[in-house]
Design a protein around this ligand. Sequence first.
Ligand code: TXA
Ligand code: MG
Length: 326
Amino acid sequence: MERLGTLPADLAHAAELLRDGRLVAFPTETVYGLGADAAKPDAVAAIFAAKGRPADHPVIVHLASAEALADWADPVPEAARRLAEAFWPGPLTLVLRRAAGVCDLVTGGQDTVGVRVPNHPVARALLRAFGGALAAPSANRFGHISPTTAQHVIDEFGDEVAAVIDGGACPVGVESTIIDLSGPEPRLLRPGMIRPEAIAQALGRPLLRPHDDEGPRTSGRRASHYAPTAALELVDTADLQPRLAACARNRERVVVLARSAMPDGLHKVVWSLMPGQPVQYARRLYAELRNADRVRPDRILVEAVPDSSGWEAIADRLRRAAAKGG
Ligand code: TXA
Ligand code: MG
């Protein structure tokens, strides 16, 4: 995989590769995306092959600006215009009824399409240089942790992907908030770092919550997602000490992600001190989980995060990572 910089010549080369139907990974404010020309079915098919992703899982279409919405969605409801106005460019994906001609691979065969205008300067410059829309899921193999650096993308794919544009670490760190506006009521499908209250306020109406047992199939809603290789366990703060003592008795090698410092006297424990604020926590989370895996631990213990506004996306991803079992 070519590792490209962010100079205009790098982005022109990346745009050329995309026009040739090749895959180019690029930074967004949330996570790195694995991009392909959204208008070329063969190019979009290559995303599914590289990720090992089932064909009925739709991919998000990334646009340079909200003006291109009407090419992908029909109708564009008033609610979509409001949210675009309030949050784009930014980490928000809208699910809308698809326009005629949007390829089935992009929509996963459904009658809706997910669209967003990203807010990373490199993603925006790439979209402008390319001149079209980019289909891009997170640049990881199916079910694994999303990448937040170019090195993570290289670690995932090696030479199966033509190039990655190295734009440094992603500032948000977890995937976009997804709002479904294709039905009668707006519904939150995946929490992100934009708070649901802010979205409800911009809409002027309440948001329905996700139902994991109904609606269209979306890969990020499956329980066992965003998972490291080692078994991950969520532990309440009060249970952390006894759980560690039990691991020590079993001679397990453990990595801990906690918001407080490591107590004295622990052996075979790698302690990762996590930030106390959700914005900083989210930015670090996926890199810490990848680091944890590198130690090849028997177990990753993560101190449960607060059950309060601002932590919702983090709590959601940790729950899914833990649901892998083990
Ligand atoms: O922040 C993000 O959203 C990142 C960056 C690269 O933009 N992308 C991302 O893509 O997380 P992906 O494919 O890993 O997750 C997108 C989620 C999936 O769960 C997918 O099924 C869902 O969005 N999705 C996409 N189109 C949809 C649609 N038409 N209806 C329902 N869900 C949809
Ligand atoms: Mg993903």
